[in-house]
Design a binder for this molecule. Structure first.
Ligand SMILES: [Zn+2]
Length: 141
């Protein structure tokens, strides 16, 4: 009795240890050592495709492109000061809008600088008209 015997889990017959099949019922006796499942992980290398690396760059595209010229900032300053000049302190802010608008226009055509220039001239002209009105009314009174 030197050969070790095990019992078949299906029919209960004694089988030599190490046998892969039961000689009585023919069932596979693979409970002792797991079968090498080399053919099963074939579906896994699909996840190694590099398409996932290209997708994060798509979200970056949604960000607005930066302004091409830095001169636009000066035109924006001119327009903002021109608008503010019409609302409050028309003389000072109007002059600032005219100066910044001229500088921005000297660097390149800028619609915002033109708007700032127009608003600045309007506010300054309003101040001049106001002063003229006050002076003339003061002279008449
Ligand atoms: Zn068996």
């Amino acid at each position: 009795m030197s050969v070790e015997k095990i019992y078949c889990i299906y029919c209960g017959a004694t089988v030599e240890k190490g046998a892969t099949f039961c000689p009585n019922c023919g069932a596979a006796l693979t409970d002792a050592k797991p079968a090498p499942s080399a053919t099963e992980p074939v579906s896994q290398p699909v996840s190694y495709q590099q398409s996932s690396y290209e997708q994060p760059s798509v979200t970056v595209v949604t960000t607005p492109p930066p302004p091409a010229k830095t001169d636009n900032s000066l035109g924006t300053v001119s327009m903002v000061t021109g608008i503010l000049g019409l609302l409050c302190m028309p003389g000072i802010l109007g002059i600032v809008a005219i100066i910044t608008g001229h500088i921005a226009l000297s660097r390149g055509k800028n619609p915002m600088a033109i708007a700032g220039l127009v608003l600045g001239y309007i506010s300054v002209a309003g101040v001049i008209l106001y002063l003229v009105l006050v002076i003339t009314l003061g002279l008449w009174m």
